[in-house]
Design a protein around this ligand. Structure first.
Ligand SMILES: Cc1cc2nc3c(=O)[nH]c(=O)nc-3n(C[C@H](O)[C@H](O)[C@H](O)COP(=O)(O)OP(=O)(O)OC[C@H]3O[C@@H](n4cnc5c(N)ncnc54)[C@H](O)[C@@H]3O)c2cc1C
Length: 376
């Protein structure tokens, strides 16, 4: 019997695979990362790059908060092209119901040590003068930030490579075997452990895992550097982001360091076609203009789509596969994979090294969801 060439082979060079590769390599493991196309070119290139703490569940909060602090710790090492911007988020309340949600969120975050500030109508207007009149208030989360995800993925892969990882780009994995991965060109990479970090493609390699594509659209404008200061998200976003079946659109906008404005976003289930749907873009922009009427005077440059990898309980799958004893999953990050990539990598490596993680790993273990063999 020959010994494996690598300790770990990671499938997928998106932000999650890249973070896992960097973390494994930091532990002194012999790492290979295999990417079918280009580093950071999947959902990572399509995403907004909002690093945000979220409170949909305790487990979601724990992973987003842990990851956000890891990003904060890394910020001074990030190269300029990663465009780390500590702009903060304002959750915008359009009516009294949404203001009650502001108060609930304020309590939730404050009790868990996250600095937040409730804004009334006037302080909201002072914080973001281009918002329309008549909004009720908002919640500022100063610790949220923004990055440019494809460059962040490249930075993490470079870091892994500097620590000895081998990077195979343009090499699709055809199948996961007992002791490594078979590439489409027939060659074999032998490894002690395999990590499936192929995002929304992960079920093609690990049949039966309940990860489904959720399509999203984004639009980017020309440069308007003074227009916006914070990432703005409507509180109605929560209603749409949590609908598992419907097609939904909600106001979400981000100032980029280039001066551009990135406008989101939509969610569609069971749509495989990556084509930009003009009617969805129209709905998204109309919704955004309801909050920022001045947007109507600005020029947009480009619209695109991407696929989030969604699980039924909206938490990622991080940990050992239930059937293949040398396979780990790091997938299913839906709309939070840029944020949670660093926490995912830490949780994964702690499990590989058999160490106690900084946050409980149980909520994200693949074993929590029954394998749907109907997919196979
Ligand atoms: C519109 C939109 C907005 C978003 N906004 C945010 C946001 O603001 N904040 C946030 O935190 N998250 C956001 N997300 C989510 C985030 O983009 C994803 O969760 C994250 O990029 C997932 O990273 P990943 O590495 O798992 O997947 P991907 O980036 O998709 O990477 C998977 C990689 O695997 C490769 N691959 C696939 N099959 C194979 C194979 N057989 N062999 C080898 N390689 C393979 C692919 O080529 C790809 O590069 C957004 C997503 C979308 C779509």
């Amino acid at each position: 019997m020959t010994s494996p060439v690598y300790d770990v082979v990671i499938i997928g060079g998106g932000i999650v695979g890249a973070a896992c590769a960097a973390e494994c390599a930091s532990e002194g493991l012999r790492v290979a990362i295999v990417e079918a196309k280009m580093i950071g070119g999947g959902a990572t290139a399509a995403g907004m790059g909002h690093l945000t703490v979220m409170d949909d569940s305790e487990a979601q909060f724990a992973l987003t908060r842990y990851s956000q602090l890891l990003w904060e710790g890394l910020r001074h090492e990030l190269p300029r092209e990663v465009e780390y911007d500590a702009c903060g988020t304002i959750w915008v309340a359009a009516d009294d119901d949404e203001m009650r949600e502001v108060e609930r969120k304020q309590r939730f975050y404050s009790e868990r040590g996250v600095a937040v500030e409730v804004l009334d109508a006037q302080s909201l207007k002072e914080a973001e003068p281009n918002l329309r009149d008549g909004l009720v208030g908002g919640l500022r989360v100063a610790g949220d930030s923004v990055i440019y995800p494809p460059c962040a993925a490249q930075f993490l892969v470079d870091r892994a490579r500097a620590r000895g990882a081998q990077v195979f780009v343009g090499q699709p994995v055809r199948e996961i075997a007992a002791d490594g991965v078979r590439l489409r060109d027939g060659s074999f990479i032998s490894a002690g452990l395999i990590v499936n970090a192929a995002g929304s493609w992960s079920p093609e390699l690990t049949a039966g895992i309940d990860v489904k594509k959720r399509k999203g659209h984004l639009v980017i404008t020309d440069r308007y550097p003074q227009f916006l200061r914070h990432q703005l998200v409507e509180l109605g976003y929560l209603k749409s982001a949590h609908t598992l079946t419907a097609e939904s659109v909600a106001f979400n906008i981000q100032p980029r360091q280039t001066g551009q404005l990135l406008i989101g976003s939509s969610r569609q289930f069971e749509v495989d076609d990556a084509t930009v749907d003009v009617s969805i873009v129209h709905r998204m922009l109309s919704r955004a203009m309801e909050f920022l009427p001045g947007l109507g005077k600005l020029s947009s440059l480009r619209a695109w789509t991407g696929f989030r990898a969604a699980t039924p309980d909206k938490l990622p799958l991080i940990g050992p596969d239930v059937e293949h004893h040398r396979l780990y999953l790091a997938t299913g990050h839906e709309g939070l994979g840029i944020t949670t990539s660093l926490g995912t990598a830490k949780l994964l490596v702690d499990q590989i090294m058999d160490r106690k993680p900084a946050i409980p790993a149980a909520p994200y273990l693949p074993a929590r969801v029954t394998r749907d063999l109907a997919h196979v």
